[in-house]
Design a protein around this ligand. Structure first.
Ligand code: C5P
Length: 223
């Protein structure tokens, strides 16, 4: 059986953006690359965990030794996460679209002279909050991410409470920092009682350190 700080644990990781269809050929998306989430899935597997990675559409390859479930939309991502339960740890790094198109069509929207299509939006489920608030099969340790452009720590503390998770990994994604799509990350670990700021590290190093920390925080109980 595997050894390492997460040996015997099942870890569910979400990663990447979601694509919300407008019609069969168009979608709403965001600039998430999936690099950080995929690096975390890889590091968790290397730390001995059984890992289910639920990934939105990304160009980064599936990490070795990980069960990958590929999804497109937020609705599909929530469904795949719930299907993967139970788990010991949830690490939800995906940049889930906040809204989907409520009136997405089954046919390509045609361009008409002067007439603009009307897209109406509906709110997507908050996957992190939904899973963190489950009464049944809530993973005992839930980690969320907070991409902020200002007041990073204060917003992370609010997010921790709002979502009901145990740890928020907060990062500054103001464009000058190049975090989104880039290879390095400067993060703050925010819990109900602590704030810890790490130096700028590669996303692989952030993943490895986070996994080590999660091993320490969740103890060495075997399920
Ligand atoms: O609210 P905000 O999008 O800033 O929260 C970010 C955190 O919540 C991330 O961990 C992200 O994966 C998660 N999230 C989610 N489902 C959503 C929106 C965000 O799981 N619909």
């Amino acid at each position: 059986s595997p050894s390492g700080p997460l040996a015997g644990k099942h870890v569910i990781v979400t990663s990447g953006p979601t694509h919300e269809p407008i019609d069969p050929v168009r979608y709403i998306a965001n600039r998430s690359s999936g690099k950080q989430g995929h690096a975390i899935a890889k590091a968790a597997a290397e730390a001995g965990a059984r890992v289910t990675l639920v990934s939105g559409p990304v160009t980064v390859p599936d990490p070795a030794g990980v069960t990958v479930v590929h999804v497109e939309s937020a609705g599909e991502m929530l469904e795949a996460v719930e299907k993967a339960l139970p788990a010991d740890i949830g690490i939800f790094a995906a940049a889930v679209a906040d809204w989907r198109v409520a009136n997405a069509g089954g046919q390509k929207i045609k361009k008409k002279d002067g007439a603009l299509p009307n897209l109406s939006l509906a709110e997507n489920p908050d996957i992190l909050a939904t899973v963190s608030r489950r009464t049944e099969n809530r993973p005992p340790f839930m980690v969320g991410f907070a991409a902020e452009t200002e007041n990073v720590i204060a917003h992370a503390q609010q997010k921790l409470a709002k979502k009901g998770c145990d740890l928020i990994v907060a990062n500054d994604v103001s464009t000058a920092t190049g975090v989104m799509g880039g290879d390095s990350n400067t993060v703050h670990l925010v819990t109900a009682s602590d704030v810890e700021t790490w130096p700028t590290l590669s996303k692989a190093e952030v993943a490895k350190k986070l996994v080590e920390r999660l091993g320490a925080m969740t103890g060495d109980r075997k399920p």
